[in-house]
Design a protein around this ligand. Structure first.
Ligand SMILES: N[C@@H](CCC(=O)N[C@@H](CS)C(=O)NCC(=O)O)C(=O)O
Length: 232
């Protein structure tokens, strides 16, 4: 691991969240690669701290995660995928986890397209499924609708991963923020009533190989973001 380098960055986050897990995985990868260190503040979600005016000034959407980069004039970033892109742009100088838009425009666009697919599709659909499955009033139509929606998006990822190791990049692909952006949702599938990945063998191999190959960082991220100590 590189020498530790503390950046003046404050991340607002919480426990038990796939969106928090994405950022935790990437900051752990940056820590391993560059010694990246930063400050983390857990929001008190049980008291709706994320809806308080001081936080809305940082993230108008009133949700976690959000980041303030004090070393860049208090620049604030919200939306988990945007935070991954921001950190990759400024704190991954060797492009170990992504591509530079000017140097590799095709790879960059491929990475962005899979990030947007997951951010605009899997996150919202699986989030709604979680909500309806765990609501006090059970509405079978909604549960069924969002189960089908999530499964169809998993099927699309499965097709993409046929013959590949990672989502974006030439050949079999390169481990990047495109993978880090979506695999935490796959990890937390059980809460959405999807215990097994057997229906999607390519997706299953991709998920299992990634968390095995990058086990130290994923394990540390799971402890930081989910309070879990082993893979699930
Ligand atoms: N699209 C947003 C979603 C953020 C989000 O929904 N965060 C949840 C935790 S996973 C949250 O803060 N929920 C509390 C609330 O909605 O008040 C992102 O990816 O950052």
């Amino acid at each position: 691991m590189s020498e530790s380098k503390k950046h003046d960055i404050l991340l607002y986050t919480s426990a038990r969240s796939p969106n928090a897990m994405k950022i935790a995985v990437f900051t752990e990868e940056l820590k391993s690669a560059y010694g990246f260190e930063f400050e983390r503040r857990l929001m008190d979600m049980s008291n709706d701290e994320q809806k308080e005016p001081w936080y809305i000034a940082i993230n108008p959407n009133g949700r976690i995660p959000a980041l303030v980069d004090r070393s860049r004039d208090n620049f604030a970033v919200f939306e988990s995928a945007a935070i991954l892109l921001y950190l990759q742009e400024y704190y991954d100088p060797d492009n170990k986890f992504g591509w530079d838009v000017k140097e590799s425009p095709n790879e960059y666009t491929e990475m962005i397209q899979w990030m947007l697919f997951a951010h605009g599709g899997i996150g919202p659909a699986q989030g709604q499924l979680n909500h309806f499955r765990h609501a006090s009033e059970k509405i079978p139509y909604a549960i069924d609708l969002f189960t089908k929606d999530v499964k169809s998006r998993y099927a699309m990822l499965d097709k993409r991963m046929d013959g590949r190791e990672y989502l974006a990049g030439p050949g079999k692909g390169m481990y990047s923020i495109a993978d880090i952006n979506v695999l935490p949702w796959i990890r937390l599938r059980e809460y959405a009533g999807i215990p097994s990945l057997d229906e999607w063998p390519n997706l299953k191999r991709w998920y299992e190989n990634t968390v095995t190959t990058h086990k130290p960082t994923w394990d540390r991220a799971a402890v930081a973001a989910l309070g879990q100590s082993s893979n699930s």
